[in-house]
Design a protein around this ligand. Structure first.
Ligand code: ADP
Ligand code: MG
Length: 231
């Protein structure tokens, strides 16, 4: 299997484990402003996705992302299934030539475009877009303007997503089920923004782990404990 493919399968497994651990929390958030199904939907979808990608024969990262998206589309349901899943399937093509800083930027940009095209939500509508937009913008700026290494850029994107999740609390929902609540949605954290943050956190952890395992080979003159010290 390609290195990209191995790392991508591990990333999907990581996300599945994290979403399962957060299932009750996500459900609790969705019960306050929605219909209490986000935790269950996402946990089922990501568990199925982890199974599906584990069965792929020698996949590259693009194939893993595509299969994940297809599985989420069919298993998650609700508003968020097609948004997460359909956008992943569409953006996966950006990784066809492998995962590089450049293709990761294209992937992030296309994914965000697709989510906003499909859901028609913008920043301030109290949806996943509130976490995703600052994450993607920060990632792209960190790579293209600040010329930071992709891992550092991803870490900054995670920080930005975290602030985006916090931003959903004091604003009113204008899209999705929570918008039916009108002003009563104010004061609640958006479930989809929260699950988006968890996914990004696991993506970062998976990327760090993937680079960690390759580090000793390329740095045999130095102590192999260095990556641990940095963690
Ligand atoms: P449903 O609302 O159909 O029960 P979920 O509970 O799985 O679906 O997901 C709810 C999440 O989906 C919300 O917290 C929000 O982040 C996201 N969401 C809903 N509608 C939209 C939209 N139009 N654009 C972007 N995200 C949306
Ligand atoms: Mg729901």
């Amino acid at each position: 299997m390609s290195e990209d493919g191995v790392a991508a399968v591990a990333a999907v497994e990581r996300v599945a484990t994290r979403i399962e651990a957060e299932r009750d929390y996500l459900t609790e958030l969705d019960s306050a402003i929605g219909d209490a199904d986000h935790g269950g939907n996402m946990a089922r979808g990501w568990a199925e996705a982890a199974d599906a990608v584990a069965e792929l024969d020698d996949p590259d990262a693009a194939a893993v992302v595509k299969t994940t998206g297809k599985t989420l589309m069919s298993e998650v349901g609700g508003a968020s299934g097609p948004l997460f899943g359909g956008s992943l399937v569409f953006a996966a093509a950006e990784l066809d030539g492998g995962v590089t800083a450049e293709s990761a930027v294209a992937f992030a940009e296309t994914y965000l475009e697709k989510v906003t095209d499909r859901g028609d939500a913008r920043v301030g509508d109290q949806t996943m877009v509130d976490a995703l937009t600052p994450a993607v913008h920060t990632f792209i700026k960190s790579i293209e303007v600040d010329e930071l290494p992709p891992l550092t850029a991803l870490a900054k994107a995670v920080d930005a997503a975290e602030r985006g999740v916090a931003y959903t609390v004091p604003i009113r929902a204008s899209k999705g089920r929570a918008s039916y609540l009108g002003w009563r949605s104010v004061g609640h954290q958006d479930p989809g923004a929260t699950s988006t943050l968890f996914i990004l956190e696991e993506l970062l952890a998976a990327a760090e782990a993937a680079l960690d395992t390759t580090a000793p080979e390329s740095a045999d003159a130095t102590s192999p404990t260095i990556p641990d010290e940095e963690a």
